[in-house]
Design a binder for this molecule. Structure first.
Ligand code: ATP
Length: 263
């Protein structure tokens, strides 16, 4: 599955590799995504899934390979430029600020894209004050979208893990992304919160967003995704419809010893 493919498609990843010391976290990964699709990336622990999101969002530039997003070469651009182009993400271990309120944490997403940035907001410069007010309104709206309205003033530290993850989704939405990457959104969520997340993902897709999900929860992945990509040891070993992936021998082998209950 690895190797090169023509750089067509809304997002085209072509021969991307990234190593850390002696570890090839990504090894010649190539795939394409269509606009408005819901795609999931699965694979055993250490397969390179988070590294791929980190490469797509500029946290780790690739060693080699090309990434084209809407006709623009984006490999190696810094995170703030990629965020401004519409690539938004959540983090696996929610990197929320423990001393801030729920609303302030969501507002961080607005600041990533604001013209003034966080420093100007902190200094309360006039343009920044206006953006701060707008940011507050956007953050409130996104908290409502994830079902956390009325919780904005709570200290983030008081929220259970599942709700903190939803705050992470609200923060990512506040970046106003066109391409939304969700890194393990389901772990720690209660069943009703998962249902709410599924509903939200479909709604976002209706609004034109393209969704990319890294997740270990197979029933969630298989029911929601139009396409599933499978990484193992940094290599893309399979790509296809959920029902194809469920019976793919390379995938079953990669998961040997791990739970691969998909129904
Ligand atoms: P999991 O499902 O457990 O989250 P993953 O598929 O997301 O795993 P990655 O976190 O991308 O896997 O890690 C892929 C490999 O790269 C692992 O061997 C990991 O230890 C290594 N790795 C990832 N990031 C770094 C880093 N910043 N420094 C050193 N090694 C790293």
């Amino acid at each position: 599955m690895s190797g090169t493919i023509p750089l067509e498609g809304w997002l085209a990843v072509n021969g991307v590799s990234r190593h850390f010391g002696g570890i090839m976290a990504l090894n010649g990964v190539s795939f394409r995504l269509e606009q408005g699709s819901i795609t999931s990336l699965i694979g055993p622990n250490g397969a390179g899934k988070t590294t791929l999101i980190n490469v797509l969002t500029g946290i780790h530039p690739p060693d080699t390979g090309r990434i084209r997003f809407q006709d623009r070469e984006i490999a190696g651009l810094p995170p703030h430029r990629l965020a401004a182009l519409g690539l938004g993400r959540t983090f696996q271990l929610e990197e929320l600020f423990g001393s801030l309120s729920v609303l302030e944490n969501v507002m961080v997403g607005c600041h990533v894209r604001s013209r003034s940035g966080m420093v100007a907001c902190g200094l309360a410069l006039p343009g920044a004050r206006r953006e701060e007010k707008q940011g507050r309104e956007i953050a409130r709206a996104n908290l409502r979208r994830v079902g956390l309205e009325g919780r904005g003033e709570d200290p983030i530290a008081r929220l259970p893990l599942g709700e903190r993850k939803l705050v992470g989704v609200a923060r990512a939405l506040s970046m106003n992304p066109r391409f939304l990457m969700l890194d393990e959104p389901v772990g720690g969520l209660a069943a009703h919160e998962i249902d709410k997340l599924v509903e939200l993902i479909y709604q976002l897709r209706e609004e034109g967003l393209t969704i990319f999900i890294v997740e270990h929860n197979m029933p969630f992945v298989m029911s929601l995704s139009e396409k599933v990509l499978v990484l193992d040891g940094g290599t893309l070993i399979a790509e296809g419809l959920p029902q194809e992936i469920k019976r793919n021998e390379a995938v079953i082998k990669a998961y040997l010893g791990e739970e691969v209950a998909v129904d």
